[in-house]
Design a protein around this ligand. Structure first.
Ligand SMILES: Cc1cc2nc3c(=O)[nH]c(=O)nc-3n(C[C@H](O)[C@H](O)[C@H](O)COP(=O)(O)OP(=O)(O)OC[C@H]3O[C@@H](n4cnc5c(N)ncnc54)[C@H](O)[C@@H]3O)c2cc1C
Length: 292
């Protein structure tokens, strides 16, 4: 199968990229942003998208930084999964994102695929999204009328659907430093180990107070389980203030399964996913508590 024909531009700055996108949208030209191309090239080949213009942002080096600024880490959208997985800053403060990035595709996909592309593509199976949700990350979008910052959970409206306008680009991911007491786990279930898109994935971060023998705080997000990424608040509530026991873990697993069905309705995959979501939650919480 061949690729559709399109014009290609590679702007050198964010300002230039936004101007090109804005001009294109004003005159009715369909433009697509290209970062690593690991999603977009497949979509072009399948004719899932047929743009007139491809705007390659991969050479805008200002978008490839990972920096600590006060109590937050700012990540540029064209930071690749390989960079995320190997960054000391990410590993030390937001290790769950590093763990998620390590599981993406193959080395080649991790070398090309970017965090921004993973977010904007908005696949329900995207591995970095549950990690960003429990890290309570914000996204910065920039367009012709300036910048806007929004919580990552407000960005998605459904599978492969987001609030980004055709003349906006995602220009930054802001991750507040989580409390140092937190212990985090990322789990991924896939059909095969290598190159598999997640069937389901889960990010968990919690603090279990061993003196008081209770969960002080818990954050959970399960990918591919709800129409848009959300915190598993029912399971979080079932754990907070409770001791680490089989009974409490079982009730958290059950609460997560019920929340999933409530949000997604009954689907052909429910028979598989309902027990699995509960089991994933229990496994992740146990692993996080074992981390000390
Ligand atoms: C073989 C294979 C295996 C894979 N395995 C996994 C996996 O295990 N886990 C996983 O999560 N994903 C996986 N993927 C999907 C893909 O690699 C990731 O989603 C990757 O992070 C996409 O990033 P990219 O830079 O290649 O995005 P691109 O393909 O360049 O872009 C993706 C979409 O985002 C838009 N976009 C990109 N950056 C911006 C921006 N800054 N502003 C506005 N719009 C933007 C593009 O217009 C496009 O619509 C796999 C893909 C392949 C082909």
């Amino acid at each position: 199968m061949s690729y559709p024909e399109f014009r290609y531009v590679a702007p050198q700055s964010v300002k230039e990229a936004v101007e090109i996108l804005h001009r294109a949208s004003e005159i009715g030209i369909k433009a697509k942003v290209l970062a690593g191309g690991t999603d977009l090239m497949v979509q072009l080949r399948n004719r899932a998208t047929v743009p007139d213009l491809v705007v390659d942002i991969s050479r805008i080096t200002a978008l490839q930084r990972i920096e600590r600024m006060g109590n937050e880490i700012r990540i540029g959208p064209i930071v690749t999964h390989t960079m995320l997985a190997s960054s000391d800053l990410i590993r030390e403060y937001t290790g769950v994102l590093s763990e998620a990035a390590k599981t993406v595709g193959s080395p080649q996909i991790r070398n090309m695929g970017t965090l921004g592309g993973n977010i904007v593509n908005a696949s329900p199976a995207a591995d970095t999204i549950p990690a960003l949700v429990i890290l309570e990350a914000d996204l910065i979008l920039t367009g012709p009328s300036g910048e806007r910052q929004l919580p990552v959970t407000d960005f998605f409206t459904g599978p492969y659907k987001t609030v980004i306008a055709p003349d906006e680009i995602l220009m930054g991911i802001v991750v507040p430093l989580p409390p140092r007491s937190g212990r985090a786990v990322f789990l991924k279930l896939a059909r095969r180990k290598a190159l598999a898109i997640a069937r389901m994935n889960l990010a968990c971060m919690l603090y279990y107070n061993r003196q008081k023998e209770v969960f002080e705080w818990v954050r959970l997000c399960v990918g591919s389980s709800t129409p848009r990424p959300v915190r598993m608040t029912a399971a979080e509530r079932a754990l907070i203030g409770q001791p680490f026991s089989d009974k409490v873990l079982q009730s958290a697993g059950k609460a997560a399964a019920e929340q999933m069905v409530q949000l997604s309705g009954l689907r052909s995959s429910t028979a598989y996913k309902k027990p699995v979501v509960g089991d994933l939650i229990i496994r992740a919480v146990k692993l996080a508590v074992e981390k000390g």
